[in-house]
Design a protein around this ligand. Structure first.
Ligand SMILES: NC(=O)c1ccc[n+]([C@@H]2O[C@H](COP(=O)([O-])OP(=O)(O)OC[C@H]3O[C@@H](n4cnc5c(N)ncnc54)[C@H](OP(=O)(O)O)[C@@H]3O)[C@@H](O)[C@H]2O)c1
Length: 281
């Protein structure tokens, strides 16, 4: 199946990415390969993996099992916190490429800022250089607060093209999204379906879904799209994979958008992972 239904958006480096991608956390081994192969066949072109998901090889294995040419896919991986120093970061990008059997990544992100270690600028410099060497097309970050992004720009002159952050109806990141918009950074939403916690049974979301003759998942993913955020829902199930990209034939109205925004809570993060203090290695 060819993908003509997912619109694209332009990044600050001129590259274009699909407005919805596919999350791969927990997709590993034979089952993971099948799920990713199915996602590509259903029309996903942006795939999100990470060194720490231990599934770059799974993604790399799925790609040639489809008939979609490599250049039509956008493959993402991420640099773990334990490899932020410059030399380790460069080696890790190379190792990620070997694992996936790729000769370039479309997108490579710093996974967490781990600000207490004060090494994320070094990691960023390594990604800037890896991009110059042709190992990566687009560089970005995850979970960076405005203060971390400002530091990257001040010390290297380069702002990320993408910041992938926790974003779902219970944590809508209004201020961070506004900051991204003002600085030309595209927001990607991780756990866009709140990892299936309290979303699909939510009475108000069910009502909005009924009104549009859509599923709750489609309403939530459409909400991300209308916010201008690139959601990367994960599903191991082919039917749900297709459902999650079938969101471009309806619109939420201003009331729907406002109602969904009202579900946000200061403590709405799924696991309380505040990037100012949370560390992941
Ligand atoms: N940068 C970071 O720090 C970070 C952190 C977390 C996640 N991520 C990325 O973000 C991606 C997405 O986040 P996530 O995997 O945490 O959670 P998610 O995409 O919000 O939710 C996935 C869960 O929702 C279920 N689901 C998906 N579509 C559904 C549908 N249409 N109807 C009912 N259930 C549905 C899935 O079950 P089935 O598989 O059974 O369908 C799974 O249990 C990850 O896979 C990863 O690539 C990044």
């Amino acid at each position: 199946m060819t993908n003509t239904m997912i619109p694209e958006i332009t990044l600050n480096d001129g590259n274009r990415i699909p407005a919805v991608g596919f999350g791969t956390y927990k997709l590993k081994g034979n089952e993971g390969v099948s799920a990713i192969e199915s996602a590509i066949n259903h029309g996903y072109r942006l795939l999100d993996s990470a060194y720490n998901y231990e599934n770059e090889g799974t993604v790399g294995e799925a790609i040639p099992r489809t008939s979609v040419p490599r250049e039509q896919l956008q493959i993402t991986s991420k640099l773990p916190g334990r490899y932020h120093n410059y030399k380790d970061a460069v080696t890790t990008v190379q190792e990620s490429l070997y694992r996936a059997n790729l000769d370039y990544y479309d997108i490579y992100l710093i996974h967490w800022p781990n600000p207490n270690r004060e090494l994320y600028v070094e990691a960023w410099q390594a990604l800037i250089d890896a991009k110059k060497w042709g190992l990566i097309r687009t560089i970005g970050v995850c979970n960076f607060l405005p203060e971390h992004l400002t530091k990257l720009e001040k010390e290297t002159g380069v702002l990320p093209a993408i910041n992938q952050i926790e974003l779902h109806p219970f944590f809508n990141q209004e201020e961070q999204r506004k900051w991204h918009g003002e600085h030309g950074i595209v927001t990607e939403s991780w756990s866009p379906l709140a990892r299936a916690n309290d979303v699909f049974e939510h009475e108000t979301l069910k009502k909005i879904a009924e009104k549009h003759n859509k599923t709750v998942s489609q309403v939530v993913l459409r909400w991300h799209y209308q916010l201008g955020a690139v959601a990367i829902p994960k599903s191991a199930n082919p039917t749900r994979q297709l459902e999650n990209i079938s969101i471009f034939d309806f619109s939420l109205d201003a009331d729907d958008m406002q109602t969904i925004a009202s579900f946000t809570r200061p403590d709405g993060r799924l696991k309380g992972q505040d990037p100012a203090v949370y560390e992941e290695f």
